[in-house]
Design a protein around this ligand. Structure first.
Ligand code: IPM
Ligand code: MN
Length: 372
């Protein structure tokens, strides 16, 4: 019996559609090889659509996407996203109006961000190579300062007050820690260290840090005694990512800390041209969304110079994770094959930066296909 994969595709803004096209090209080739029947549906959700419908570029005036549209994604096995971001639209409108709403309304409570240096990729860290940089960050994706709770008073006056509340629940922390412990266990079976590092700031965030720390310890002690528990303050973690990245196996952290440390992670694995992530709802019936971590890069749009490798990496993750979620080995194997082709393609690019790859966007896609 052949496998089936139903994908919702959101190319989005800027270079998003260009890189998504390469990811889909690679998917097509992998599908032929692994006998997967793929169906895709394109969704025009973007800053352009927001403006075309009369959305105010300065303040959120109409929905970027409706709840009905979001709920409609539940029919799919996964969502493949290019990039959202428009130079004429004020910061926050598209981020909150699309990306964060998708995460919240589809309860994608894990943001999975592997930090892996492929062979031949330029690393800014002195004397570090692929064997040193190979860990995964599990970022909580539905709580913390991202809830949007807060407000301001006397705005624009000298007496202005603003609050932004960080909301953390035992439920949210526990499900995230459990996911991370499971992942550490799966990796241990594949020869990794079997260590989970909690990253927080317990010395200053004494309430929220305490909730994270106790939950982490309790869950680990009771159900994952085979996994070594480790703790770093977030500032120290930034230092170690640079100094001793080989130390890490799996890292688990809260939403904002995870946002910040994964940009650092992306840089040590070769930059935004290669970094990919997944917004996962690992529960039964959950639908997950995969994306390159980089943005819409307006200045490179339509020039065939942007690097699609991160989007192709997001496609590899999509296949691997969806395969696990649906217990479909062909999908997982197809994802592993795409990842292996990326690892072989990387040494052939003189640089992963836009415009310096020695070939165009579409040629990078072709190269990965040829190595599959
Ligand atoms: C990311 C991005 C988003 C985040 C922005 C665009 C809202 O930086 O996915 O890391 O902060 O989560
Ligand atoms: Mn970010």
């Amino acid at each position: 019996m052949s496998s089936a994969l139903r994908l919702a595709v959101i190319g989005g803004d800027g270079t998003g559609p260009e890189v998504v096209a390469e990811g889909l090209k690679v998917l097509g080739a992998a599908a032929r090889k692994f006998d997967i029947e793929v169906s895709t549906e394109d969704f025009n959700v973007s800053g352009d659509r927001y403006l075309a419908r009369g959305g105010d570029p300065k303040t959120p005036s109409i929905p970027v996407i409706t709840s009905e549209e979001i709920q409609g994604f539940r029919r799919f096995d996964a969502i493949y996203l290019g990039a959202i971001g428009h130079p004429d639209i004020a910061p926050g409108i598209l981020e909150k109006g699309l990306l964060l709403r998708m995460r919240f309304e589809l309860d994608q409570y894990i943001n999975l961000r592997p930090v892996k240096l492929y062979p031949g990729v330029d690393c800014p860290l002195k004397d570090k190579g692929p064997k040193d940089i190979d860990f995964v960050v599990v970022r909580e994706n539905t709580e913390d300062l991202y809830c949007g709770a807060g407000g301001s008073l006397r705005r624009g006056s000298p007496q202005e007050i603003a609050t932004q509340e960080s909301i953390t629940t035992r439920f949210g922390v526990e499900r995230c820690c459990r996911y991370a412990f499971e992942l550490a266990r799966q990796r241990k079976a594949r020869g990794y260290k079997g260590m989970l590092t909690l990253v927080h700031k317990t010395n200053v965030l004494t309430y929220v840090g305490d909730l994270w720390f106790r939950t982490f310890e309790e869950v680990g002690r009771a159900d994952y005694p085979d996994i070594q528990r480790d703790y770093n303050h977030v500032d120290a973690c930034c230092m170690w990512f640079v100094k001793n990245p080989e130390y890490y196996d799996v890292v688990v952290t809260s939403n904002l800390f995870g946002d910040i440390i994964t940009d650092l992670g992306a840089m040590i694995q070769g930059g935004m041209g290669i970094a990919a992530g997944g917004n996962l709802n690992p529960d039964p019936g959950g639908v997950s969304m995969f994306e390159p971590i980089g943005g819409s890069a307006p200045k490179y749009t339509g020039k065939n110079v942007i690097n699609p490798m991160a989007a192709i990496g997001a496609m590899a993750m999509l296949l691997q994770q969806t395969g696990r979620h649906k217990s479909d080995e062909s999908l997982t194997r197809a994802g592993d094959a795409v990842e292996a082709a990326i690892a072989q393609a990387c040494p052939r690019l003189p640089s992963l930066s836009a415009g310096r790859m020695g070939m165009g966007t579409t040629e990078v896609g072709d190269l990965v296909v040829s190595l599959l």
